[in-house]
Design a protein around this ligand. Structure first.
Ligand code: SF4
Length: 563
């Protein structure tokens, strides 16, 4: 087995109500209801629709004991309707609700950032080593009885760490960093191991794709170091909706799946939960095709760190490579492009010299490349990103510093499929430190759509910001306003604000923390009430929902960020 062949990470088999994940099981797909958990009829109907759309696990929020117990009633009704999909309770801040959920669901998700520790205060607390140890003992004495309760009932646990909802303890020692997120997970995993509880899945999510990928890679390394093989649930939180939400999810989740990491995934979109499942299915199926691909020769270039890779160093040719942002390249076929996604370079109308190279040929023999040539690198391998990565390593090992534009083509598939496939392939290369430009083509996409997709992938990988970034949660039983309509209105009013990051979050409980580094936030504060944030600070509280979008616009103008 070569470094670039597709190989799943070894993980333990976990039984979630008879639907196993990890081990040799296929990657499972799942979603979360956005109905009120106390609305039994509405929740059952939505869960049945999600099951029909392919959900293999369905999650409900359980704010309190009442909701946790009502999931039991939802489960009874679903079973009576012939649906056996295991249910998961999502717990934040309320251990009593977690205990109440244990006999009523097949899995309980707890958040280490708020299961034992109170809500984050953003205060810096300096713990001595002794105080920190005492804190860990406190965590252990609170988590252990809960784990034993799950063991008694045969209920699985997901330890779900989120960027932006870490405890003050972790924040004080590690900051809001990948290292902090990993340690937050490891603290809880060590308790599970101590009491020999193996029915555990772990997730570590962020809305920032780069943070999410780095953190999961670090977590795998940390678990390996302690000989732990707990399966992983992958997701990009608050990915938003439409193509941007799909691209962000496919870049983050797809990068890791392509590396063989991940046992279950959730694509979080600010849309009806049923819409998440075909996207998740397409992602998992596309990466699964790599598993059967033939062997790819090659190994890592010397000094390459697969956990935190540096960007490949290249010598600029014109505006490509070197310190330039990655470019979008296209053939000029006379098509009209929207003004915000016009390619930077047209192949047939450029003074730059491009040299087309197929990755499989390059792997046999690195050709002579003149210093003023830009490599246009393509692959026809079934494991395309694997072969392209191998080619990049070969170039690095051979000391070739010419810029590389990755050229990928997806014909004979739907537009949705092309978006997912390009995001997985190009995303995983960018997240490995490769590519000075992208050229995406598909017979299902117009030239304008292809260019837009390339810009979207670059933005998801945080390499080039060309549009407003929305950090929008998918909504759940805590959401008290119409998230989809609101997000559409916020986008309509602000989509010209290139580079600004705007959070649209369903609830005040998790929203402010989880929109993490947004410049502005629109957060549900109660029925018909919205609070507005400038960075982490709440600047307008409980304003009527019908005025909130206009007030957000006024706030952005007042702060001087309106262009
Ligand atoms: S931020 Fe959104 S998805 Fe998360 S708990 Fe609140 S309403 Fe639910």
């Amino acid at each position: 087995m070569g470094v670039f062949d597709y190989k799943r990470r070894r993980s333990d088999d976990v039984n979630v109500g008879g639907v196993h994940l990890g081990g040799d099981n296929a990657v499972r797909i799942q979603s979360m209801a956005n109905t009120s958990t106390m609305d039994t009829d509405g929740s059952v109907s939505q869960a049945l629709r999600m099951a029909s759309a392919g959900a293999e696990y369905i999650r409900f929020t359980a704010q309190g004991v009442r909701e946790a117990e009502n999931i039991g009633e939802i489960r009874r009704r679903m079973r009576a309707a012939g649906c056996d999909v295991p249910l998961v309770a999502d717990i934040h801040f309320n251990p009593r609700a977690a205990y109440a959920a244990v006999p009523n669901v097949e899995k309980v998700r707890i958040n280490p950032g708020n299961f034992v520790d109170p809500g984050r205060t953003f205060r810096k607390i300096d713990y001595t080593d002794e105080e920190y140890r005492a804190e860990l003992e406190r965590v252990e004495s609170a988590v252990e009885p809960f784990v034993l309760e799950c063991k008694r009932h045969g209920t699985a646990i997901r330890i779900g760490v989120n960027h932006g909802s870490l405890s003050d303890r972790i924040m004080s020692r590690y900051g809001d960093t990948p290292a902090g997120m990993v340690e937050s997970a490891m603290e809880f995993l060590r308790v599970c191991r101590k009491v020999d509880f193996g029915n555990v899945v772990i997730s570590i999510k962020a809305s920032n794709v780069v943070v999410m990928v780095e953190t999961v890679r670090r977590l795998v390394k940390a678990m390996d170091a302690e000989d732990m093989h707990y399966p992983l649930h992958l997701g990009v939180t608050e990915a938003g909706d439409g193509e941007d939400g799909r691209v962000k999810s496919a870049v983050g989740i797809g990068t890791l799946l392509a590396e063989g990491v991940g046992d279950t995934i959730r694509v979080s979109l600010s849309e009806d939960p049923e819409c998440e499942l075909p996207v998740a299915r397409a992602l998992v199926d596309y990466v699964a095709t790599c598993a059967d691909a033939r062997h790819i020769e090659g190994g890592y270039a010397e000094g390459y760190d697969p956990v935190m890779p540096d960007r490949r160093v290249t010598v600029a040719v014109g505006n490509i490579g070197g310190r330039n942002v990655p470019v979008v390249v296209a053939e000029d076929c006379g098509a009209a492009y929207p003004s915000d996604c016009k390619p930077d370079v047209f192949l047939n109308d450029s003074h730059l010299k491009f040299r087309a190279v197929d990755a499989s040929e390059l792997l046999c023999n690195v050709p002579e490349i003149a210093p003023d040539e830009i490599i246009l690198l393509s692959s026809r391998h079934a494991n395309r990103s694997g072969e392209l990565k191998a080619a990049f390593h070969k170039l690095m090992s051979a000391g070739v510093g010419n810029p590389v534009v990755v050229s990928v083509r997806y014909d004979g598939v739907s537009a949705d499929e092309a978006v997912i496939r390009a995001s997985v392939d190009c995303g995983s290369l960018l997240m490995s430190g490769f590519a000075d430009g992208l050229m995406i083509e598909s017979d299902a996409l117009t030239p304008g759509q292809s260019a837009r997709l390339a810009f979207g992938i670059l933005q998801s990988a945080r390499l080039r910001i060309t549009r407003t970034e929305y950090v929008a949660c998918p909504g759940c039983g805590r959401t008290l306003f119409d998230l989809q309509t609101t997000l559409a209105r916020v986008k309509e009013a602000t989509s010209h604000l290139k580079g600004l990051k705007i959070g649209v979050m369903g609830c005040i409980v998790n929203g402010p923390g989880e929109m993490a580094d947004a410049d502005y936030g629109y957060v549900g504060a109660g029925v018909g009430k919205i609070s507005l944030y400038k960075g982490k600070e709440c600047v307008e509280k409980n304003i009527p929902a019908e005025e909130a979008v206009e007030r957000l616009v006024e706030l952005i103008k007042r702060e001087g960020d309106w262009k």
